[in-house]
Design a protein around this ligand. Structure first.
Ligand code: ZN
Length: 98
């Protein structure tokens, strides 16, 4: 009867070892990319942010408020922000219209 317990323990061990080894292999992979280059400077921004923190707070409050709004024009406003940055408009003079 003892062999039965040993066989059972081996099966159990094998069934636990596989998911555990998969988990360990996955957790050793490179972490997900959560930071991207800031379009206005050489710094980095988070995936959920349009600009790095310093540049975001350099924008006029009205522009920040406009860019925070989530509606159908949100993408157009973001596009306008990036176009003005590319055109060299100083951050404190950026004006978001839509
Ligand atoms: Zn920046």
């Amino acid at each position: 009867m003892r062999w039965l317990w040993i066989a059972l323990a081996c099966c159990l061990g094998a069934s636990l070892a596989w998911p555990l080894s998969c988990y360990l292999v996955q957790s050793r992979k490179a972490p997900a990319v959560t930071e991207f280059p800031c379009p206005a400077c050489s710094g980095t921004r988070r995936a959920s942010q349009y600009l790095c923190r310093a540049d975001w707070f350099s924008l006029p409050v009205a522009a920040q408020r406009a860019l925070k709004r989530r509606d159908r024009q949100a993408r157009a406003r973001l596009q306008e922000l990036y176009e003005q940055i590319t055109a060299g408009v100083p951050l404190d003079q950026i004006h978001i219209t839509p």
